[in-house]
Design a protein around this ligand. Structure first.
Ligand SMILES: Cc1cc2nc3c(=O)[nH]c(=O)nc-3n(C[C@H](O)[C@H](O)[C@H](O)COP(=O)(O)OP(=O)(O)OC[C@H]3O[C@@H](n4cnc5c(N)ncnc54)[C@H](O)[C@@H]3O)c2cc1C
Length: 611
């Protein structure tokens, strides 16, 4: 058994920042991660980090833009914390040596991004995430923070009180991808989940294969509510054949969207008469698909993004990476022709319910980064607001877990007196399949014990699960059911949603869940067994796909990224509330809590959101 004060699961931007902060508080901190830190998906972030750094800008403006972008479903204390802390955290990165792009006079450059009232996005070429990871990794090495890389965390060690708010997390269980051993990691002070996004629930995504929502699914099964899962961001400019992202930085620098008739449709068809291509992402994604659905798409599938008029010098200086992506993945030279683009799954606004200090309702369990929902993005994230979320809330979670003083949180977690029970009519029963002995495959069997034994009992349960998966030699393979899940999610739980499609998705997910009971691993080896890892991840995709769809079916309004055919307006009287789903003895329980619009000095009054 390994033992540390603080265990951070994940080594992307959020995990690295949390570990550095815990180390600064004097904690013995270790990172456990399935990928080497610099291979984390944060490295794919291209566009930049929002921070109010310049004269004329302010944290108040950043907070206002974020609340408006969230369609008034962000919680003001979290949004204001993000806007207030982001400048200091960004400057900290600069002091650690992050090579930000600069103006002639030496100041850090900032560019416009969608939904921002000021050019507030700092960047390092079109490789911001890559430099952010490397800058923080250097700090990790300098401080001698221990990293267990290629260790896959598959279970949390949590005590078994009936009420999740009374449970404690004492560590995690991880599978060593290099040796095949399953071992325990005890955490004396706290476990911080920083496991990133869940894009693999969909088949057209800008996310990496490793983005399987592991942390969110493990926390959910341990009793932590998932918040606002229905809000999935579809980025307007992914490459059609692979889902690879073309950064919003292209539109930020002046890139233009055209339909097949050569019309600049954002203006010419009135989708965003003021901001055009730089409207919020949900607005642009819906506009593109409307163009395609109304017969003005190119090859009935996509639209064109043109940046040729920016000139080679500027493109090479600020967006060089984009030239390579378009050439390598689409065979298009964007210096000479427009790039094909269409919406692709990009980001999960929802996730593990936390407060501003990263705490969940389970004692000693924290979450930060994309896997968490604090909530700063509400129903739609603004471009450039995820990276500051990683550094701001990663740092706060790390400090708090290590016993540092970060102040009292205003946001509450778990079931408090403010909650409202929810109901949703489903065509099939969601949640765990009635168990027989095979159900051990899904990792939802009880591992709970009294606090002292918690980690060891969790290790034993996980060893049994892995042995079971490896011993079984027939059944269904994860790849087949993964494809089924991804297809139904892309078809039915996408940019445009309706009741019939959402119910169809729930039926399909139920089928996939039942088939998963019969899953087996084709590769019996103990080392680098990716089939085994993907099989364990598959369980997480099922639970999260179901949570997204249940939330989408329950929310009968159109807000931010959540569009419903039958409910064409934002309904503030009824729906200014967060959707929560708890895994209640294997069955998802729906409830709501009010959104907090009261900020430090003012209330953010919901207004019509136009760009
Ligand atoms: C292509 C792309 C471009 C983007 N560009 C921008 C941008 O310009 N600006 C912006 O603000 N946002 C951007 N975003 C969003 C932003 O980059 C992500 O939300 C953010 O980087 C996620 O960081 P993270 O630390 O939460 O997770 P990640 O960076 O994904 O890291 C997750 C970590 O968790 C580990 N992990 C996961 N599961 C397990 C497990 N079971 N066991 C052990 N370890 C595990 C992984 O190994 C990894 O180290 C972009 C997103 C994409 C996909």
């Amino acid at each position: 058994m390994h033992e540390h004060d603080v265990i951070v699961v994940g080594a992307g931007g959020a995990g690295l920042r949390a570990a550095i902060a815990a180390n600064e508080e004097g904690a013995d901190v270790a990172i456990v991660t399935k990928l080497h830190p610099v291979r984390s998906h944060t490295g794919a972030a291209e566009g930049g980090i929002n921070a109010a750094l310049q004269e004329g800008d302010s944290w108040e403006k950043h907070a206002y833009d974020t609340m408006k972008g969230s369609d008034y479903l962000g919680d003001a204390p979290a949004v204001e914390t993000l806007a207030q802390d982001s400048p200091e955290e960004t400057i900290q990165l600069e002091h650690w040596g992050m090579p930000f792009s600069r103006e002639e006079d030496g100041r850090v450059s900032q560019r416009p991004f969608g939904g921002l009232s000021f050019p507030r996005t700092t960047y390092a070429g079109a490789e911001t995430g890559h430099h952010l990871l490397h800058t923080m990794y250097e700090q990790l090495v300098k401080r001698g923070i221990q990293v267990y890389d290629e260790w896959y965390v598959s279970r949390l060690a949590v005590t078994d009180e009936d009420d999740p708010e009374e449970r404690d997390c004492h560590g995690v269980v991880a599978y060593d991808i290099k040796s095949g051993n399953v071992e325990g990691f005890a955490a004396r002070d706290g476990v911080i989940l920083a496991t990133g996004g869940l894009g693999q629930v969909y088949d057209h995504t800008t996310n990496a294969v490793a983005n399987t929502g592991d942390g969110a699914a493990m926390a959910y099964r341990a009793g932590v509510p998932l918040e606002d899962m229905e809000f999935i961001q579809f980025h307007p400019t992914s490459l059609p054949s692979t889902g690879v992202l073309i950064s919003e930085g292209v539109r930020g620098e002046g890139g233009i969207l055209y339909n097949s008739e050569g019309e600049r449709f954002m203006f010419e068809h009135g989708y965003a008469n003021n901001e055009g291509e730089l409207a919020s992402r949900d607005v642009v994604a819906r506009a593109e698909l409307t163009e395609v659905n109304e017969g003005r798409g190119v090859e009935d599938e996509y639209v064109h993004l043109d940046m040729r008029h920016l000139g080679e010098e500027r493109i090479v200086d600020r967006l060089e990476n984009i030239i390579h992506l378009a050439e390598d993945f689409e065979g298009v030279n964007p210096l000479e022709e427009p790039m094909p683009v269409k919406p692709g799954q990009h980001y999960a606004m929802g996730g593990i319910e936390t407060d501003e200090n990263g705490e969940t309702c389970i004692g000693g369990l924290y979450a930060a980064g994309e896997c968490a929902c604090v909530s700063v993005h509400g129903s739609n994230r603004l471009g450039g607001n995820a990276l500051p979320e990683l550094i701001v809330f990663g740092a706060r979670a790390g400090r708090h877990a290590a016993g540092g003083d970060v102040g009292e949180a205003e946001i509450t977690t778990g079931k408090t007196e403010d909650i409202e029970p929810g109901e949703v009519e489903t065509p099939v029963a969601p949640g765990a399949v009635e168990t027989d002995e095979d159900a051990i495959a899904d990792g939802s069997g009880a591992t709970l014990a009294d606090p002292d034994e918690t980690v060891q009992r969790a290790v034993e349960a996980e060893r049994t699960r892995v042995e079971h998966l490896l011993e079984k030699d027939e059944g269904v393979q994860q790849a087949e059911i993964r494809e089924k899940l991804q297809k139904t999610m892309t078809e039915n739980v996408n940019v445009f949603r309706n009741e019939e499609g959402l119910k169809q998705a729930l039926e399909d997910i139920r089928e996939v869940r039942e088939e998963y009971q019969d899953v087996y691993v084709n590769d019996p080896s103990r080392t680098f067994n990716t089939d085994l890892i993907h099989t364990i991840e598959m369980q997480n995709l099922i639970d999260l796909g179901e949570a997204i769809t249940l939330g989408a079916l329950a929310r009968e309004e159109f807000r931010g990224a959540h569009w419903r055919q039958e409910h064409q307006e934002r309904k503030d009287d009824e729906w200014l509330k967060h959707t929560l789903l708890s895994w209640n003895e294997g069955s998802p329980e729906l409830w709501y809590k009010p959104v907090i619009l009261e900020g430090e000095e003012k209330e953010y009054e919901p207004k019509v959101r136009s760009y």
